[in-house]
Structure formats: structure tokens, C-alpha cells
Design a binder for this molecule. Structure first.
Ligand code: CTP
Length: 432
């Protein structure tokens, strides 16, 4: 026996974009990942997931099903992974691959997972190398389903998914969007970068969710920055990238929540397993937030909402006129969405969290803002030319309406997101 049965790894995993430092890890230290690929058109997207995994220092064995090879051939999987590829248990029988591959893995991720593969996994069938691997793996298993909406919603598939989740597998909710052919709906494979994030998190924690303290909760997060149109080609906007709100959404999914993300003009890919509602202006954002908050346990306003919008929208492009000064732009106030959500809580016990960007007197201004907005928690961070907007890291203090003050040292936005959810989980009354 060349390798004992694996337990979840506690090795730190290099995250984010694949980088040269990670690739330089000694081969023996590399976490071992099995990428199962089943037969759906989204198999081509698994090549991108494979690239991310290998380039961030993971040793990846690809185990496609025979139907997956109709979409992407063996040569591609073999060249990208650096390992031979087999679909059946009959290749290299002396190495007992149907048992060894699963035993040696730190993580098995199946992307795309078809309805057929989910059914086989739920029922313990073992007709090929992938299903054998799923039966022998003792490490965390992640499924990223992709199929047509009807197949995803069918009670058979839903029961199979529930069975797999009950046994501890991570089944990522499919994304909503364009499917094969002319169809649109739920069933699309999440963005490979987002599946990679889930794998990274599961490998780092050895379990999923990391804590399930938000299980059964609906949380609504706003992210990005609103744009207030002046004319068909111009708008008043701000520099928010949406990274903090997206990190909050991802972290909440990992802690078991159902998450709605109201995203204003962010270019980031949809986080896996999150319902994303896209908005443009502050008024759109208000409408979407009020709707989503109606049955929410937690509302987080991480979006940068424009305080003002042009009083008049010019339906044609505003032209310059020779010899004339431009007309001043008249502005009107936008509603304060956070203050409104705080004042008119849609549910008793709903926890409302705001963000504040301050350039000076950070804590004093934050306290005043917390009182003015009426929220339970306010995350205050200092902004400036090179701070916070678009950055990967930031530093903040979370102020509580109860007078508490939780400093969060300079670090990744993910770390701040976890602190926010720790405080929210404490503030929530027990789930009924
Ligand atoms: N916010 C909101 N609606 C607005 C403006 C802000 O809901 N029209 C929310 C933001 O999402 C954030 C919080 O209020 O959670 C604080 O945003 P910030 O811009 O710092 O506060 P302002 O109220 O705009 O105060 P300031 O006068 O400092 O700009």
C-alpha cells in the first residue's frame, strides 16, 4: 500500500490567483486533488478549474467519465494535469486505481456534476473509475452540478442532492444564466474561479461549512457602487469594486446561509451558490434590497450608494457648445437605504449591518454614523487614494450599537467578512 487513507488536510492552501510561489512548493507537500468530470457541455470549463488548481500548487488527477470525453478529450486532461487519465477501472489494474485514487485524495471535486453522476453518487453505484473513487474517498467531496433547470428541479435530483449533503458532501447551488441552446435558468456551472474558491476553503478547513452558524438563515448583502446616469453615456459613480460584499456573500454561503447578493455594477464573477440580483442606480438598489430584506434574518449594506443623483436625466447626449460655459449639474438626494432598512425592520430580530468609509476621525465619525443610521453593527474603514477601494486587503473597526468595538487588523477582505459574520451570529436570536 503506497499511501494510507487520507484525513482532511490541515495544510494551508495557497489562494487567489495561481502564482509562481505556490507552484514552487515541493511535490511531496502538494495537496492531492481528484477532479472528476462528468458528461456535460460545461466540461470545457473544468479545464480552467484544473489550471487554477495545478498552478496554485495542487497535485491533480483528472477522472473523467466516458461521456465527459465526448466533450473534452483525454489528451487535454492529461497534458493539463501531468498525469495519465483513465475512465474505467481496467487500466493499470496492478495499482488498484479504483481504490487508490480515492484513498490518496485530500479533496475530490466533481465539476461539472451531471444529474446522472449525482444519482450514482447518492446511491453508491460504482460502475466506472469516478464512481469507484467517490466510494473510496474519505476526504471532503465537492459537487458542482450543471444541467438544465428541469433536471435540477426534478424531485429525483433534489432528493439525491439532499442525500449527498446529509452525508457531508458540499453540493454547490448551480448558477442562474444561459444554458445550452436557447434556454436560460438555474443549472449553469458556477464560474471556475468560484468553484476554486470553494475547493480552497474546503481544503483549508477540512469540512464544510466551516461553521454552520448561519444555517437556515437568509442573509442579504449589497455590494459594488451605484451609478447615477446623467445622459445615455455618462454617469456619476464611485470606485467601489464590490470585493468586500462578494467576500461577505461567499463567507455566508460557507457558513450555511441562503444568500442574496444585490450587486451594483461589479465586474466580479457571481460567487458560487449565491442568488445574484444586478442593479444600477441607488433607486434600483433600494427596491431590490427592500424586496430581498422582506424575509431576511440579516441585511448587510456593503455597497457604496450615491448620496445624490442628477436632478434631470438628459435623454440625448449632453453636447458642448462653442463659446458657452457648461450648465451646472443640479443634484437631488437619494434615499438612505441603510437608514430605511434599519428603521423599518421587515422581521423582528433582523440584524442590520452598515459600512462606513471615512477619511479621518474614523471611530468618532463611525459612532455618530451608527447612531444616525440606526443599524446594529457598523464596519468602519479608512479610505484614501490607495486604501480599500479595489484593494485585496483592508483594516477596519466594527462598532456595535451596544457600545462594543472590535478592531480587525490589516488583512484580506475574507478575514473581515468572517469577523462580521462572527458578530452577526452572536447578535442573532436562536433560529426557530
Ligand atoms: N448608504 C445607504 N444609502 C445611501 C448612502 C449610504 O444605504 N444613500 C449606506 C452604505 O451602504 C453604507 C452606509 O450607508 O452601509 C454608510 O455609507 P457612507 O457613504 O459612509 O455614509 P453616508 O451616509 O453617505 O455619510 P457621509 O455623509 O459620510 O457620506
Amino acid at each position: 500500500m503506497d499511501k494510507p487513507t487520507k484525513q482532511p488536510t490541515d495544510r494551508p492552501v495557497t489562494g487567489g490567483e495561481p502564482g509562481p510561489a505556490a507552484a514552487a512548493q515541493p511535490a511531496t507537500e502538494k495537496p492531492s486533488v481528484v477532479l472528476g468530470v462528468s458528461g456535460g457541455i460545461a466540461a470545457y470549463k473544468a479545464c480552467e478549474l484544473l489550471r487554477r488548481l495545478t498552478e496554485s500548487g495542487h497535485d491533480v488527477r483528472v477522472v473523467p467519465t466516458a461521456s465527459a470525453l465526448h466533450f473534452v478529450g483525454e489528451a487535454t486532461w492529461s497534458a493539463l494535469s501531468g498525469h495519465p487519465v483513465a475512465t474505467e477501472v481496467w487500466a493499470d489494474v496492478h495499482e488498484v486505481p479504483h481504490v487508490r485514487i480515492g484513498q490518496a485524495a485530500d479533496l475530490v471535486v466533481v465539476a461539472p456534476a451531471t444529474a446522472d453522476t449525482l444519482a450514482k453518487a447518492a446511491h453508491g453505484l460504482a460502475g466506472d473509475l469516478l464512481t469507484n473513487t467517490l466510494l473510496t474517498a474519505r476526504c471532503p467531496v465537492v459537487f458542482a452540478p450543471a444541467m438544465h433547470t428541469e433536471m435540477w428541479e426534478h424531485p429525483a435530483t433534489q432528493e439525491n442532492v439532499a442525500t449527498l449533503r446529509r452525508r457531508g458532501a458540499v453540493v454547490i447551488e448551480p448558477a442562474v444564466g444561459r444554458l445550452t441552446g436557447v434556454d436560460t435558468g438555474k443549472g449553469r456551472l458556477p464560474d471556475p474561479a468560484e468553484i476554486f474558491e470553494v475547493c480552497r476553503r474546503v481544503l483549508a478547513t477540512g469540512q464544510h461549512p466551516a461553521h454552520d452558524d448561519l444555517a437556515g438563515r437568509h442573509v442579504v448583502v449589497s455590494a459594488g457602487g451605484t451609478r447615477e446616469p446623467l445622459d445615455p453615456v455618462r454617469f456619476l459613480g464611485n470606485r467601489s469594486s464590490g470585493k468586500q460584499g462578494y467576500a461577505l456573500a461567499r463567507a455566508a454561503v460557507a457558513r450555511g446561509a441562503r444568500v442574496t447578493l444585490v450587486s451594483a455594477n461589479s465586474a466580479l464573477p457571481d460567487p458560487a451558490g449565491v442568488d445574484v440580483v444586478r442593479v444600477g442606480t441607488a433607486l434600483h438598489l433600494r427596491e431590490a434590497m427592500l424586496k430581498a430584506a422582506a424575509d431576511a434574518d440579516v441585511v448587510v449594506m456593503a455597497a457604496a450608494v450615491a448620496d445624490f443623483r442628477p436632478a434631470v436625466y438628459a435623454p440625448g447626449k449632453i453636447k458642448k457648445r462653442d463659446g458657452q460655459e457648461p450648465e451646472p449639474i443640479a443634484l437631488v438626494r437619494n434615499p438612505d437605504v441603510l437608514a430605511e432598512l434599519s428603521a423599518e425592520r421587515a422581521r423582528t430580530g433582523q440584524v442590520v449591518v452598515g459600512f462606513a468609509a471615512e477619511t479621518d476621525d474614523v471611530v468618532a465619525n463611525g459612532r455618530a454614523k451608527l447612531a444616525r443610521k440606526g443599524c446594529d453593527l457598523l464596519v468602519v474603514n479608512e479610505v484614501g487614494e490607495h486604501k480599500t477601494f479595489g484593494a485585496e486587503e483592508n483594516e477596519a473597526v466594527v462598532l456595535g450599537a451596544d457600545g462594543s468595538e472590535t478592531p480587525v487588523p490589516y488583512g484580506p477582505k475574507e478575514a473581515l467578512a468572517e469577523t462580521v459574520w462572527d458578530l452577526v451570529a452572536r447578535a442573532l436570536s436562536p433560529a426557530v
